[in-house]
Design a binder for this molecule. Sequence first.
Ligand SMILES: *Cc1c(COP(=O)(O)O)cnc(C)c1O
Length: 389
Amino acid sequence: MDLEHADLAPDTLTVAAGRPPRAHDAPVNAPIVLTSTYHETRIPEVGDRIYARGSNPTWDPFEEALGALEGAPLPALVFGSGLGAAAAALSLVPTGGAVVMPRHAYAGSLTLAADLAAQGRFELRTVDVADTAAVLAELHGLAARFDAGQVMLWLESPTNPMLEVAELSVLTAAAHALGAVVVADNTFNTPMVHRPLEAGVDVVLHSVTKWLAGHSDVVLGALVTADPALRGTLLTHRTLHGAIAGPFEVWLALRGLRTLALRMERSQATAAFLAHRLVDHPAVRRVRYPGLASDPGHERAAAQFNGFGGIVSIELDDVATADAVVAAVRLWIPATSLGGVESLVERRRRQPAEPATVPASLVRLSVGIENPEDLWADLDQALRVAAGG
Ligand SMILES: *Cc1c(COP(=O)(O)O)cnc(C)c1O
């Protein structure tokens, strides 16, 4: 008898889910299928593959594994990028509806939503997602003006790069009571740290580019839902808008996913180690990391999550010092993005789209899997050079 996914722990699922059926001489890994179309020996029926914009066998094992990891009874949907997945999720808002987003959500998601709002697709409201009362007030205000089903609550927790932590279950329950649909961007946590569907969220979004694929070599996105009707709508959107993933990228993402549990464990342990040392560093003005007992999001993160993630944000004295730190690292790589095996460092506000409320001297650290003392030594020398020079 086959193993049931529900009986397996997440770290086992990363390895065991999405394998070809056990049969003598069968491969252990799913193959990459490069095809744009499929043989038809009869008139196609619903569910037949037909054409590769609609489906590719290489997507299936990845979608099965990610769905199982998020605790969904349905496979995930893979997209050509995280923002492709975000665009599909936003398409669930009826024209003339409204979207509530964290003011410090990922800058690309905010820019996309603002662009759609400017075109008149929906009204966009931004909130401090860590301020539960403020989010509830915004939702109630919208409920007075919009019909049920016209409002979407977009959650991202922790936020990128401010690492603010939202009360996901409380906000989701309140949104549902008002008839709103809830999307949660789970890119930072990954299902190893938190499974938003268990908090009642309707749709989970991933930039697979980051921790899930984990090697900074692909751009991919995904959506996960436990609702068959929502999944059907999102699948139709993917097929018709065409933001599909290449088979090779998805194959690489599944290969990366196999080591997600180990990578996250290591990145989180090193992130905590670095955060604690950075707190005492004379050149660092403030450390944001939910794993620090002093962090405003600490208690919520400890109560809701199974870990504190692999991202640490630090604030320096000023922009020049922050840029000097980024220029002085030799092991850390100055680059945008996050969640790879290699540690990356970036001053976020150098990007014009970054919200102005993100401090200009904030540097985001994406902690990889290198030796922790090597990472510390490089960061320490860069901070000293920046502070002294
Ligand atoms: C990178 C990122 C995205 C966008 O994903 P892409 O794969 O770059 O399109 C969305 N949300 C978060 C939190 C991200 O970090």
